[in-house]
Design a binder for this molecule. Sequence first.
Ligand SMILES: Cc1cc2nc3c(=O)[nH]c(=O)nc-3n(C[C@H](O)[C@H](O)[C@H](O)COP(=O)(O)OP(=O)(O)OC[C@H]3O[C@@H](n4cnc5c(N)ncnc54)[C@H](O)[C@@H]3O)c2cc1C
Length: 381
Amino acid sequence: MNKVIIIGAGIIGMLTARLLSKAGVSVTIIEQGYVGQESSWAGGGILSPLYPWRYSDPVTHLAKWGQKYYPALLADIHFNSGVDPEYMQSGLLYLDIEDELSQALQWEKKLGYDFESLSGDELKSVEPGLGQFINEPDKKGWFTQSIGQVRNPRLVRALREDLLALGVTIEQQTQAISFIKEAGAVKGVLTDKGSFYGDHIVVAGGAWSAQLLEKWVKAPKIAPVKGQMIVFKARPGVVSRIVLSKGRYVIPRKDGRVVLGSTLEFEAFDKTTTDDVLNELKQEACRIIPDLKNYPVEKQWAGLRPGSIDGVPYIGEHPELKNLYLNAGHFRNGVVIGLASCQLLVNQLLGQKNIVDPSPYLLTEERLVNDSKEIDLRTAI
Ligand SMILES: Cc1cc2nc3c(=O)[nH]c(=O)nc-3n(C[C@H](O)[C@H](O)[C@H](O)COP(=O)(O)OP(=O)(O)OC[C@H]3O[C@@H](n4cnc5c(N)ncnc54)[C@H](O)[C@@H]3O)c2cc1C
């Protein structure tokens, strides 16, 4: 294989490009906007699904593989690019999970995570900033020390620098419109800036992937799911663990800023933020870490997750068009599961041994029929 064209410069397109380029393949990425400015910029960067026991094995297997290999990869990208993606093993503290504890304990036993039960006093020593337990000393929490995080805007910037140094070509403000075909195979991409030719085409267009595919081939359900976030300009030490409570989480960054997320809004391609959500997120942040009321909200933003059924991404060749590959639909977990999903796709492209069983992710006819456009993602996660 000589040349691959990748559509989309989010984390998925960039990690795929990096692996291919390191294997000696010439890679061009086509990006309709600017590198890493969509979901991959907007996310929280937690290197774990939020309530991991709620997910199916296919998501868990990718997450577990990514958790193992991320620290070394991030150190390498930092070294090569000079941009620190700010990997921190801050651990993940779960509150209010009593109702699903038996499921969580089974998950821990099966997968061997370090999932530790903490009493109210222990919780306070692990995270002194917690507010919830002041009047409830008997309440418990659970802690997974091994979970890390990255700072998304820095990760995408580091990846971009690394790719440029590797010789990957990135065409920004260039929108892929259709595929150039010959004898049942794809051999190029037609864009608003001209044609690009390659032996293989990889669609890594995040929430926009199905929109591009469905005009030309059958597309699975991949739809935008908006998430609004806020960041407090706090100081180091206000909170030092990722804390998850009732679907909301706080993420402490290295410089003291604290991110609070996130909503799940099943809308169209709309990234508007609202005051109602701002107020609700502020309130939730202060419920979890009361000291945050003393710090200003610096920014509010929204990103569009590539929503898919059960959050299981589509990784593989399209059955209708030879050499057309898809790597999309990572939903809420594209950072943590993205590394393994890109490795799996590259294994297929280069005919290498797969890192995990590829079958649950393949774009089979059956999956294309079952995961149809009519399915409401709210009922499918
Ligand atoms: C609020 C929020 C919080 C999140 N938190 C976490 C978390 O803590 N941990 C985690 O693991 N995941 C998290 N996620 C999910 C994660 O961010 C996504 O799953 C991941 O970023 C998806 O990456 P992607 O490359 O597929 O998509 P994107 O980053 O959206 O990239 C797709 C790119 O393709 C481009 N594109 C699309 N169509 C075309 C076209 N026709 N031509 C050219 N370019 C095109 C787009 O412009 C875009 O740049 C979060 C997401 C959000 C929104």
